[in-house]
Design a protein around this ligand. Structure first.
Ligand SMILES: NC(=O)c1ccc[n+]([C@@H]2O[C@H](COP(=O)([O-])OP(=O)(O)OC[C@H]3O[C@@H](n4cnc5c(N)ncnc54)[C@H](O)[C@@H]3O)[C@@H](O)[C@H]2O)c1
Length: 304
């Protein structure tokens, strides 16, 4: 199996290529970027790094080389800078994405799985799908970090071990994410939090992005994203059927349409094999409906 990475010289593209190669999940990774010298240097470096780890080949590439890729990771983006909200990148990243869509349409297999990470991912996942018009199940917006962070904060506050926690965020990869407290489990049993624990977890998760941006490091969460992105890719390559939160284009499923947003999705060969019903409470349903309206409005604003 082969994978193409657009934006392969960037942080997320290169760290994901590194993690995928370390796990020897694909035979070849093809890197595309407008910074050709950087992409070539990553390819030279990674190919040698992978020799003792299974030998994944890494090559600098152009769109016409992507015809045999079954997985396409679209991590190309404008430099993010200091932003308070991921939606600030919307117009610039839509303009960047449209010519990329033309190239993907021209050169790529229509049954390739397309994973996108660029902000704002819910809108961009919809734009990718609407521009290419391939099967909806092929389009996956990367939002797994939100659920990871929710579990991280729960471990931090309660001391309950991450590995035994079951928790999920749905909705927007941004302020409109809905953390499903009522469905949390620990070691297979319902996890009931105290009011103070609930408040502290909310504070840790809701303020996380602002704390990160205040560092003004100029980088995104390259390591976390690479690990979680690789978990998606592993599920697809191994056809594991594992469930991950993914931004997915919905067509009247669960009452939502003209939207892509985070929902629990079963991943395997071909991409999203099923979108699962998150079994929301009435309060969660109304929060998610608001989020869906917000994302749908942004999609309209983007001209789709
Ligand atoms: N969904 C998430 O949880 C999550 C996490 C981290 C980052 N992100 C987002 O992913 C995107 C990438 O992040 P990053 O840290 O890798 O950014 P980055 O700036 O390091 O990398 C972006 C890369 O895209 C390349 N690029 C720009 N225009 C291009 C084009 N037309 N064709 C090909 N390549 C092009 C740039 O040269 C650069 O190498 C950003 O939008 C970021 O906000 C999302």
């Amino acid at each position: 199996m082969k994978m193409g990475v657009i934006g392969g010289a960037g942080l997320l593209g290169s760290t994901t290529a590194f993690c995928v190669g370390c796990k020897n999940l694909v035979d070849e990774i093809k890197l595309i970027d407008i910074r050709e010298n950087m992409v070539t240097s990553h390819a030279m470096d990674l190919t040698q790094a992978f020799l003792p780890l299974g030998g994944t080949k890494v090559t600098p590439a152009h769109y016409e080389d992507l015809g045999d890729c079954e997985i396409l990771l679209c991590a190309a983006a404008v430099p993010e800078g200091k932003i308070a909200d991921r939606n600030e990148s919307l117009r610039k990243n839509v303009n960047l994405l449209l010519p990329i869509c033309e190239q993907l349409d021209k050169y790529c297999r229509k049954d390739a799985v397309v994973i996108t990470s660029a902000a704002p991912i819910d809108v961009l996942t919809y734009v990718l799908w609407d521009s290419l018009k391939w099967d909806k199940r092929k389009f996956i917006g990367f939002c797994a970090n939100d659920t990871l962070r929710f579990k991280w904060a729960t471990e931090l506050v309660t001391g309950k071990h991450f590995d035994k926690l079951d928790a999920l965020c749905v909705g927007e990869h941004g302020d409109g994410q809905v953390r499903l407290y009522d469905q949390m489990e620990y070691d297979g049993r319902p996890l009931v939090l105290t009011e103070s624990e609930h408040e502290r977890i909310e504070e840790e998760t809701a303020n996380w992005f602002a704390r990160w941006q205040a560092l003004e490091s100029g980088r995104t969460t390259g390591w976390t994203s690479a690990v979680m992105m690789t978990a998606y890719i592993e599920a697809i390559v191994k056809n594991s059927g594992k469930v991950f939160p993914c931004s997915t284009v919905l067509a009247e499923q669960f009452g939502y349409e003209h939207v892509s947003m985070g929902m629990p999705c079963k991943l395997g060969t071909g991409g999203i094999q099923a979108v699962l019903d998150p079994q929301l409470t009435p309060t969660q349903k109304s929060a998610l409906a608001q989020t869906a309206d917000k994302i749908s409005g942004l999609i309209t604003q983007a001209g789709f």
